[in-house]
Design a protein around this ligand. Structure first.
Ligand code: ZN
Length: 181
């Protein structure tokens, strides 16, 4: 049917632009890609006839974007609440420096400071703390080292030693602040 009509049309269309002789009902006027498959569809229609064969009401593009943004926003809030829940109850941490000795390498030469910290988890959940050790005599904040404590059960105190070369080679007065992770 289509073929015969096309053949019948052939003589009348000879000489005219061949691109207009197709039987495909190509949409006229400005088009944009179908939101689902990318076929050209008229402006004002979201989906082509293949993706939306029943001609259901198109979702307005702005409405679709709004739904996506809403979903992203809800996801962010859920993640934030989940993270808050997972971290809640860890800490605060009470910390003190119990000893500072010069660390030496295998040859006996000093190569840093060995700092022993005592950290108490005052929270209700097990967690590790990030401890910043600073030289109270140094004015610039570059003289600090970050130590991560072991996992500390709630209400428990752990003592651990870390060696650093960031605080010089002289045992000095060190101050420690342990934060929640
Ligand atoms: Zn489509």
């Amino acid at each position: 049917m289509t073929i015969t009509s096309r053949v019948d049309d052939e003589p009348t269309n000879s000489g005219s632009d061949p691109t207009t002789s197709g039987s495909d009902p190509a949409p006229t006027g400005p088009t944009h890609p179908c939101v689902r498959c990318g076929r050209p569809v008229p402006i004002g229609t979201a989906m082509c006839e293949y993706c939306n064969p029943l001609g259901l009401a198109d979702p307005a593009p702005t409405q679709a974007h709004g739904t996506i943004f809403l979903a992203i926003g809800v996801g962010v809030v859920v993640l934030a609440l989940a993270g808050r829940f997972l971290l809640s109850g860890i800490g605060p941490f009470q910390a003190s420096v119990t000893s500072v000795v010069v660390a030496t390498d295998a040859a006996g030469a000093p190569n840093g400071l060995s700092v022993t910290l005592q950290v108490t988890n005052q929270g209700s959940r097990t967690g590790a703390s990030t401890c910043q050790v600073r030289d109270t005599a140094a004015v610039d904040s570059d003289h600090s080292a970050i130590f991560v404590s072991p996992e500390i059960p709630p209400g428990q105190t752990v003592t651990f030693t870390r060696t650093t070369s960031l605080l010089g080679l002289q045992p000095t007065t060190l101050q420690v602040d342990c934060m929640q992770p």
